[in-house]
Every structure is written in structure tokens, then in C-alpha cells.
Design a protein around this ligand. Structure first.
Ligand code: GLN
Length: 180
């Protein structure tokens, strides 16, 4: 299985390490040609304005929209997937939603469809999902705010599952990529 990690900016290296640790072949994606032959793609956290500029500079918006395979967006990656950015999910992300004072925190998050104990999730200047369409399933909440969503083969989480040792979300993503 060959998984791409968008590597224009941000926290791509930890995703690469975690995916390789789970046995996947991984390619860092920087230009449209890098999307060829991938079974799935991770869009990592980082800074969404900078990432948007990188996507524009490389002409990646259309190739990403027509990618057609599972995509896993984390933190700024969730923002990239929303209506205002790539429009690959029918969600509206609110940036830095937990407030500038609370730049970062951890929480135990119950994720629908993921068995076992709650996931210890790291939030870093995280967004939340302020609005979503009928085709979107919200799969996790923190303090009543939506922090993870699924829509078809798209999965977006507001936190950083690549930091730490809990690999369950990456395992589920790989299973979705493999299911094709
Ligand atoms: N606050 C960042 C943004 O709006 C996202 C933070 C992150 O990806 N850790 O782009």
C-alpha cells in the first residue's frame, strides 16, 4: 500500500513515521505528479494560510479535489478539506476555535467507530467544525464542539493523532485505503 502525505508545510514528518511504523509505504507529496498511484492521502496539521498558498503555488487544488481515494485531514488538514478551502467535505471549520489563550491542550476523546478506550488527543491551536451538511457524520466532540467528522472516504480530525503512540486512527485510515 502506498500512502501520500502532503509535505508542503507543517507536521508531515510525524505522519510519515507513524504510517511507516504501521507497514505502509509512504511518499511525501509536493507536486501534482506525486499523487499518481497513491492509495490514500494524509493532509497534516500546520498553518492553513501558508498551506493554502503552497497548494495554489503548486497548482494542487484541482488534482486534490479529483484525487478520488481516502483522505485523512488533521488540524490544518481539516481546515483544508472544508467548504472555504478545497471543498472536499461539507464542513465549515472555525480556525483557532478553542481560543488564543488555550493554544494547546490534551483531552480523552471518544470516537464513534473506534473501539477500545478513549483516544488521548493533542489539540494545538485547533479548529472545530462549526457547521456541516447532512452527508457528514460527526464522530467526536469535546465540550459539545465537533472535533472529528467522516464523509464517505474523507476523515477529518481537529487534533493531532500522529503525535503520541495511539495508532488506532491511522490503522483505520489504512484499512479504508486497503478496502479499495
Ligand atoms: N491554527 C492553525 C491554522 O489555523 C491550525 C493548527 C494546527 O494545524 N495545529 O492553520
Amino acid at each position: 500500500m502506498l500512502i501520500g502525505v502532503l509535505a508542503l508545510q507543517g507536521g508531515f514528518a510525524a505522519h510519515v513515521r507513524m504510517l511507516r511504523g504501521l507497514g505502509a509505504d509512504v511518499r511525501e507529496v509536493r507536486v501534482a505528479a506525486d499523487l499518481e498511484g497513491l492509495d490514500g492521502l494524509v493532509i497534516p496539521g500546520g498553518e492553513s494560510t501558508t498551506m493554502t498558498l503552497g497548494i495554489e503555488r503548486e497548482g494542487l487544488a484541482e488534482p486534490l479535489r479529483s484525487f478520488g481515494r481516502p483522505v485523512f485531514g488533521t488540524c490544518a488538514g481539516l481546515i483544508m478539506l472544508d467548504r472555504e478551502h478545497l471543498g472536499m467535505m461539507d464542513i465549515e471549520a472555525r480556525r483557532n476555535a478553542f481560543g488564543r489563550q488555550v493554544r494547546s491542550f490534551e483531552a480523552d476523546v471518544e470516537i464513534s467507530g473506534v473501539g477500545g478506550p478513549p483516544l488521548r488527543a493533542v489539540f494545538i491551536r485547533a479548529p472545530w467544525i462549526a457547521d456541516h451538511g447532512d452527508d457528514v457524520e460527526i464522530v467526536a466532540e469535546v465540550d459539545g464542539h465537533s472535533v472529528a467528522a467522516r464523509q464517505g472516504e474523507m476523515l477529518a480530525v481537529a487534533f493531532h493523532p500522529e503525535l503520541g503512540t495511539d495508532t488506532r486512527l491511522h490503522e483505520r485510515f489504512l484499512a479504508a485505503c486497503n478496502g479499495r
